[in-house]
Unconditional design. Sequence first.
Length: 305
Amino acid sequence: MNTEAAYAIGTLGKKWTDGDKEIWFQQQQKKRSYFEEVVTKLDDLSADFIIEQYGNLLYDAENYPLYALKSANWLAEKPVILVTGGVHGYETSGVQGAIRFLKTAAEQYQAQFNFVVLPCISPWGYETINRWNPLTLDPNRSFFDNSPAQESSAVMQYIKTLDVEFLAHIDLHETTDSDNSEFRPALAAKDAIEQKNWNIPDGFYLVGDSKKPQAIFQKAIIESVKQVTHIAPADSDNKLIGVALAQFGVINYAARDLGLCMGLTDAPYVTTTEVYPDSPRVDDESCIIAQVAVITGALNYLLAL
């Protein structure tokens, strides 16, 4: 199936104009509250984590402060773990999974690791349930120098100010049915380029960095997640979302070349999670628990090195 068909905005075969992009933006509506569902939960973590505002997004009179949490008992000799969520704001379990990890599981690892957690990188996207930001930019294709995406640029600037070496970076995402029903058709219309749709994998999978795939690390995470939810089987071509399987439940992307968040640092261990919340075999809670299992599985592997 291809997505080169008429879309409600723009002219078939022509890239969106600034006017088309503005029409798209004006059609977006707030569907939930970043402050109620995310920010208020951070206050409960202030005993164990330093809460830092690392940026501010101002979109159409809406003001979104951006927050990071750092281990309060930071020690220079401990390795540093970066966890990011909500790069795509509509991917709910990534945001809530990062917060749930901090609330329920981080304490048992605080003596061994320093943590830096950015739970919701794209709060406007979270509220409007969007992959793009208001300028129709995909933050997870925008992690490069002089990025036009405020969300990505703010993260990169903050990470530079920390001036630390990261051992691992875990980026929490979802793959939803709306990828095929809305976001890929919109992308095809905006860029006037055919976008192939793939069957959305029914289950959890990981995306590693093809430049440093760390196969055993990825396998350890898959084994952890298997305890709480099912892993996506490959399609008939032995692929997931059009990419050849590296191992069961794992594909690899060239993270930095594509401007992906997981290419943000020089950490030797990186992974991007993909939960499938539209599966009849899961619910919202099990998706959040799966994200937590990713982080704990990764940490357990690193502790055993």
